[in-house]
Design a protein around this ligand. Structure first.
Ligand code: CP
Ligand code: NVA
Length: 308
């Protein structure tokens, strides 16, 4: 049994195996109707709990669909509607759920909730986003890059904007998959230095460059995310927007990257804020492939968790 808690906590062969399997799962479905079950139904007879303490479109639909296509069933639970949201401990919730279901995916606020769930659950636990990281998203992003451009090792990825949870998982992926990452954004919103240090120790060149034009020179991939995450105080919105405006990904910025650079965004996007519609809907953008690949990557993650 394996938990999938973070990219830096999962070993390299397992991560590579998950990406390769996700590609194979996607290839096998080529041309199949969207709702058809997979030819192989390894989750037949299994139940997966999907717990959400924050809103979600992609994570919710892609996990639910992925389990069903693999022959399993799901329970989508809102943290607030559970006793978890009314004082029952995380440890007790984990012990009880483990008697009912075969796997737990949780999207929560504080990382400690995920960690405690994993510590006390006797079934695999998957991180569906915390305030600090979003590993399933970046597995789909690595898969998407490689589908379009081949191996990501040795490439230059540029993160524009807030050094948030999605940026953190990109730093972990840089260390595990062997690519370089440049962060460009205001000093107040730098990524966590613990994660920068981790990626550097793992052998990646991690650069912090305040000038976005300089940052994107030679970039193979440019990534943006919302300027205000779900865990950020809404009262900080205006201040964050003012700091982040110079880091908008627009056609001018893209023109300074490699001519064949890709653009990614985990979505949901705020059009004309962190990225213009011209870029989102333009020739560099692979955002819809990223969203689709959540489905395939998570199927591979779930199979790895259950050794199936
Ligand atoms: N990218 C992502 O995780 O989207 P949702 O918040 O819609 O799940
Ligand atoms: N950084 C964003 C990602 C959403 C998928 C957030 O945490 O709200």
């Amino acid at each position: 049994m394996n938990h999938f808690l973070d990219i830096h906590k999962t070993d390299k062969p397992a991560l590579r195996g998950i990406i390769d399997r996700a590609r194979a799962i996607k290839d096998a479905r080529d041309g199949q109707p969207k709702a058809a079950p997979d030819a192989d139904t390894p989750l037949a007879g299994r139940m997966v709990a999907l717990i959400f303490e924050k809103p979600s479109t992609r994570t919710r639909v892609s996990f639910d669909l992925g389990v069903r296509q693999m022959g399993g069933q799901t329970m989508v639970l809102s943290g607030n509607d559970m006793q978890l949201g009314h004082g029952e401990t995380i440890a007790d919730t984990a012990r009880v759920l483990s008697r009912y279901v075969d796997m737990i995916m949780i999207r929560t606020f504080d990382e400690s909730v995920l960690e405690e769930m994993a510590e006390y659950a006797s079934v695999p636990v998957i991180n569906g986003l915390t305030d600090r990281t979003h590993p399933c998203q970046i597995m789909a992003d690595v898969m998407t890059f490689e589908e379009h451009r081949g191996p990501i090792a040795g490439k230059k990825v540029v993160w524009c904007g807030d050094g948030n949870n999605v940026c953190a998982s990109f730093l972990h992926a840089a260390g595990q998959f062997g690519f370089d990452l440049t962060f460009t954004g205001p000093v107040q919103l730098d990524p966590e230095m613990e994660f920068v240090g981790w990626a550097r120790n793992a052998g990646s060149a991690i650069t912090i460059e305040r000038d976005p034009i300089k940052a994107v020179e030679g970039a193979d991939l440019i990534v943006a995310d919302t300027w205000v995450s779900m865990h950020d105080a809404q009262s900080a919105r205006e201040r964050r927007h003012n700091m982040l405006r110079p880091y908008q990904v627009n056609a001018r910025l893209m023109s300074h990257a490699k001519p064949d650079a890709l653009f990614m965004h985990c979505l949901p996007a705020h059009r004309e804020e962190e990225v213009t519609s011209e870029v989102m809907d333009g020739p560099h953008s692979v955002i819809w492939d990223e969203a689709e690949n959540r489905l395939h990557a998570q199927k591979a993650i779930m199979r790895w968790c259950l050794d199936l």
